[in-house]
Design a protein around this ligand. Structure first.
Ligand SMILES: [Zn+2]
Length: 168
């Protein structure tokens, strides 16, 4: 998960208190029945951002326009909020998806998910240096904000990852 206004607390690996779920990890169907509304499941390889198909292995994507963040992840599936994603540029959208995908393959650590996402973007060709700057603007709140340091720090780390030829 990658909250902008608050610290990037991974909903993904936190307890969902609204429904009794085995091991604290819902299936996509359990998640959908819990949040209701127009939430729905998109099969692996069928989720698109600005017309570009997004892949995260065999993980499906749950669409949830009421999610309190742009994206989130539970082990086994990703959650995307198109209502919020519509506000950001294509590279930022793809970075958000890749960040949540990073949690699938690398676990709950936020820096590791950030690094996974920018390296994937560089490798796949959709993340150029100007896109990286858009991501930095996106995660670095206005000056004076208490989270400013956190956003800047994540950004510095991502710039290093982006330059690093070794995959982390
Ligand atoms: Zn995250």
């Amino acid at each position: 998960m990658l909250s902008v206004a608050v610290a990037c607390a991974p909903v993904a690996y936190a307890q969902d208190t609204t429904t009794p779920i085995r091991d604290g990890i819902p299936t996509p169907e359990q998640y959908i029945s819990t949040v209701g509304g127009d939430s729905h499941l998109v099969a692996p390889g069928e989720f698109k951002l600005d017309g570009r198909t997004q892949y995260c292995g065999q993980r499906p994507t749950v669409i949830d326009n009421k999610l309190d963040d742009y994206g989130a992840a539970y082990p086994g599936f990703l959650i995307m909020n198109p209502k919020l994603l519509d506000r950001v540029s294509t590279p930022v959208k793809q970075w958000i998806y890749a960040h949540e995908c990073g949690h699938q393959f690398r676990g709950p650590d936020e820096e590791t998910a950030d690094c996974f996402a920018v390296q994937r973007g560089r490798r796949q060709g959709w993340l150029k240096p100007d896109g990286l700057e858009e991501i930095c603007t996106f995660i670095t709140p206005a000056k004076g904000d208490s989270m400013h340091f956190s956003g800047s720090y994540r950004c510095e780390y991502m710039r290093k990852c982006y330059e690093d030829p070794n995959i982390r």
